[in-house]
Design a protein. Structure first.
Length: 158
């Protein structure tokens, strides 16, 4: 051939292409990022809306803690029961339609509280105990626990 010279040796080495950079991302990555941002914003909005809707529970639990502390210091069971029942009514008025809750008392009030919790937790005698001359301390503590459970777990009206 050409005197023993290899024609391939005369060729220049192949040029390698530049490495593909990571920026700017492909359109699919932009779409994925936008979808993730929308999802994150939606989740944040839903969390915030739920937190605002449930704020009345947190305020009621703080007020119940104050009532419990006053009872622990002073021991006036009748005043404590009256305050707890007023708190339960105000929470119910916040969570349920006023026309359904405002006029309730006695047994209808007790049935409403138990029905909205799904448990038979409230004793009707404790819901009207503030009108009695004396209340056992154990009954007051039981009522405080029932009220706390109801505030935390009652099912709101849709």
């Amino acid at each position: 051939m050409n005197g023993g010279i290899d024609p391939l040796a005369a060729l220049r080495p192949l040029r390698e292409p530049e490495a593909i950079g990571w920026w700017p991302p492909a359109p699919g990555w932009w779409l994925l990022a936008a979808l993730l941002l929308i999802l994150l914003a939606t989740l944040l909005w839903l969390w915030r809306r739920r937190r605002q809707r449930e704020a009345y529970r947190r305020r009621a639990l703080v007020e119940l803690a104050h009532i419990r502390a006053r009872f622990s210091q002073g021991g006036d069971g009748l005043a404590c029961l009256g305050a707890v029942n007023a708190l339960l009514k105000s929470v119910a008025l916040r969570a349920f339609p006023r026309r359904d809750v405002a006029g309730m008392s006695g047994e209808s009030w007790q049935r409403f509280l138990n029905r909205s919790l799904g448990l038979e937790l409230f004793d009707p005698s404790l819901l009207v105990a503030q009108y009695r001359p004396q209340v056992p301390e154990g009954d007051v503590k039981q009522h405080l626990q029932a009220a706390e459970q109801w505030i935390r777990q009652h099912r709101r009206a849709s």
